[in-house]
Design a protein around this ligand. Structure first.
Ligand code: ADP
Length: 242
């Protein structure tokens, strides 16, 4: 079966340094896939290539059968791929609802920007519900906790209705409770979207991951369930340091 996302024979070279080597990576529609690996494994580079930020030396990235390599970043967003960054992109002075509404405008005709509305549109309301941010809708984003801000960012992607979400370390810096809520949120998001999550937190993986892809020095080291990859001696050696 062909995946929604099919990366084949990917090579990325920065000034002679091979950041990704002969990587194949496939994600089926509806999957919640986790990608792990030590620092420098090539995880962010993989996301950067998929989103058109970095151009590979060779290889192909197909999304729903369409080649992404050579496409501009904004075209790839329009094709239905959304990503979060490790740095925040919310507007602190705007409220939670306004941030979501602004992100949602991306999909609407320009005229809707000029219309005054009394209530938020259905898609924004639905995302407020999914992310659990409903009670904070009129709060400025600047007052949100670290976890709430991450959920807002995920919500800002969701209102753009991407088919594939790429999340870079969404639980980094979160409290245990926030991590738990994020895992539940990701599962819910994965009911309707395909999600790829770069994450380091092994406890979080044990709790929420089904299939895990392990990268090391730009190559695919192994792939399987959390139990399988944890039992793999190569993973223990390079990643867990045991
Ligand atoms: P990870 O996200 O797994 O920590 P990265 O994808 O960020 O790893 O980086 C993979 C390797 O590529 C690292 O050795 C990093 O230093 C290098 N690298 C990433 N981006 C660049 C760049 N723009 N220029 C030069 N080297 C880079």
């Amino acid at each position: 079966m062909t995946g929604l996302l099919e990366v084949r024979g990917l090579n990325v070279v920065f000034d002679g340094f091979r950041a990704v080597t002969d990587l194949d990576f496939s994600v089926a529609a509806g999957e919640l896939r986790f990608v792990i690996g030590p620092n420098g494994a090539g995880k962010t580079t993989l996301i950067d290539v998929i989103t058109g930020r970095t151009r590979p030396a060779s290889g192909s990235v197909r999304f729903d059968g369409h080649e992404l390599v050579g496409q501009r970043e904004h075209r790839i967003v329009r094709m239905g791929i959304g990503r979060t960054f490790q740095t925040s992109v919310v507007f602190e002075e705007l409220t939670v609802g306004e941030n979501l509404d602004l992100a949602a405008q991306f999909r609407r005709p320009l005229v809707s920007l000029l219309r005054r509305r009394r209530a938020y549109p259905d898609d924004v309301v639905a995302v407020l519900d999914t992310t659990g941010l409903g009670e904070l809708v009129d709060q400025p984003a600047g007052v949100l906790s670290h976890g709430q801000r991450q959920w807002l960012e995920i919500g800002m992607l969701m209102v753009q209705q991407p088919r594939l979400l790429l999340l870079d370390e969404p639980v980094a810096g979160m409290s245990r409770e926030e991590r738990e809520r994020t895992g539940v949120l990701l599962r819910e998001v994965a009911q309707t979207h395909t999600v790829v999550v770069v994450e380091h937190d092994m406890e979080f993986l044990r709790r929420f991951a089904t299939v895990v892809t392990v990268l090391h020095e730009g190559r695919l080291l192994c792939q399987g369930t959390v139990a399988e990859v944890q039992a793999d001696p190569r993973v223990q050696e390079v990643y867990l340091g045991r």
